[in-house]
Design a protein around this ligand. Structure first.
Ligand code: UD1
Length: 366
């Protein structure tokens, strides 16, 4: 069997690493080729992740870089097609909902190749979010849909997807977290920054709806107020950095600890030891739910409602002034840590491999 894995952004690497490992283990004689589209290209957004997660060096680098949605998608399609022609895969595996995902699915389906979509069925019901369009297209044209939460089953059924394409396998992002838990614990990133575990707010913000307009300045203003009550650490995504530096009269507010993005191990160590996390990321809503760390999501909606109903996530709305309410929320929240959602147990990639490369029955009886 020949499998092609197409990844392009920071969260893609985290979601796909355990799938590649499980499939290589299952099919040691198979061809497992990795394509890195290059949507994320800074060392701190890309190489560091591949190294820490133990992903083999990509076989193909497409180097598409940044651009408009059309440019990024078109460049990926154009450069991926000859790679698929050369590799002749039996299956293409794509994770998540980024532009690399969309481009890979469209290229593959036009070449009449089957696609497995990891993290299928998430819906924010907000078509102004670029990822929502990407998710819908990816699910419409993929042959294997791997779901990580029960909400996804209802979403896909409502779109008329047949049961035979859906597989509720659990969360591969949590597989990575479980696999690296000991190394994350040994990192001690908070202490290295001079912070006491359990004392600080960790912030990540990068979505266009928040950072590409006037809300970014308001958010920084409210965060700087919050620093009077607790330390605030904010590793800044390159998109956010660019927008911050374009703000009129920009200077970093005193007390707000702005840093470069962290690698996976340091970042998850900071999440584990945080008093709370403020984010607009999807994956971080999931990681905090698994770890039982309070999460505040600065968005109008979430495609991950299970983190709100079962987990620790509070949706603040797309409303920077709500940041001021975080201390009161923290003071009033129950002390109990809720259990993680079903199948967020570190075994999702094995379940995916069970479906894509079922064990040989003769081997089982031998
Ligand atoms: C992308 C995904 C988003 C995901 C996020 C994770 C889409 C539509 N968006 O958003 O769903 O949550 O990745 O981080 O696919 N840049 C750099 N260096 C890099 C990458 C980006 O400087 O390595 C800067 C560039 O200025 C670029 C901007 O960030 O224009 C945005 O990058 P882009 O890949 O378009 O989207 P993200 O905001 O990273």
């Amino acid at each position: 069997m020949r499998v092609l894995y197409v990844v392009g952004t920071r969260p893609n690497f985290v979601k796909t690493a355990p799938v590649i490992a499980a499939m290589r283990d299952r099919l040691p004689e198979g061809r497992h080729a990795i394509v890195h589209t290059g949507q994320h290209y800074d060392r701190l957004m890309s190489e560091v992740f591949l190294e820490e997660l133990g992903v083999p060096a990509p076989d193909h680098m497409l180097e598409v870089g940044s651009g408009t949605h059309a440019q990024q998608t078109a460049r990926t399609m154009e450069r991926l097609e000859p790679v698929i022609e050369a590799e002749r895969p039996d299956l293409i595996v794509v994770p998540g909902d980024v532009n690399s995902t969309l481009a890979a699915v469209l290229t593959a389906v036009k070449m009449e190749l089957p696609v497995a979509h990891v993290e299928s069925g998430l819906r924010s019901f907000d078509m102004t979010m670029p990822e929502e369009v990407n998710r819908i297209v990816a699910d419409r044209f993929s042959s294997h849909l791997f779901l990580h939460s029960e909400d996804a089953i209802g979403n896909l059924r409502a779109e008329g997807v047949g049961q035979e394409r859906m597989h509720f396998v659990g969360n591969t992002m949590i597989d990575t977290l479980v696999a690296l838990e000991d190394r994350i614990a040994a990192t001690g990133a908070a202490a290295q920054l001079g912070l006491s575990p359990g004392s600080y707010l960790l912030v990540t913000l990068h979505r266009p709806a928040l950072v590409d307009g006037p809300l970014l300045g308001e958010t920084v203003h409210h965060l700087s107020h919050l620093t009077q009550g607790m330390p605030v650490v904010f590793p800044v995504h390159p998109r956010t950095r660019k927008m911050m530096e374009a703000l009129p009269d920009w200077s970093a507010p005193e007390g707000l600890h702005l840093t470069e993005p962290f690698g996976y191990l340091d970042f998850l160590s900071l999440v584990t030891d945080a008093r709370a996390v403020l984010t607009d990321s999807g994956g971080i809503q999931e990681e905090t739910t698994y770890l039982g760390v309070p999460c505040f999501t600065l968005r109008a909606n979430t495609e991950r409602p299970v983190t709100v109903t079962l987990g620790t996530n509070t949706l603040l709305g797309l409303e920077p002034s709500a940041i001021a309410e975080i201390p009161a929320f923290l003071a009033n929240r129950p002390a109990d840590r809720p259990p993680p959602p079903p199948l967020w147990d570190g075994q999702a990639a094995e379940r995916i491999a069970d479906i894509l490369a079922p064990p040989d029955p003769e081997m089982l009886t031998a």
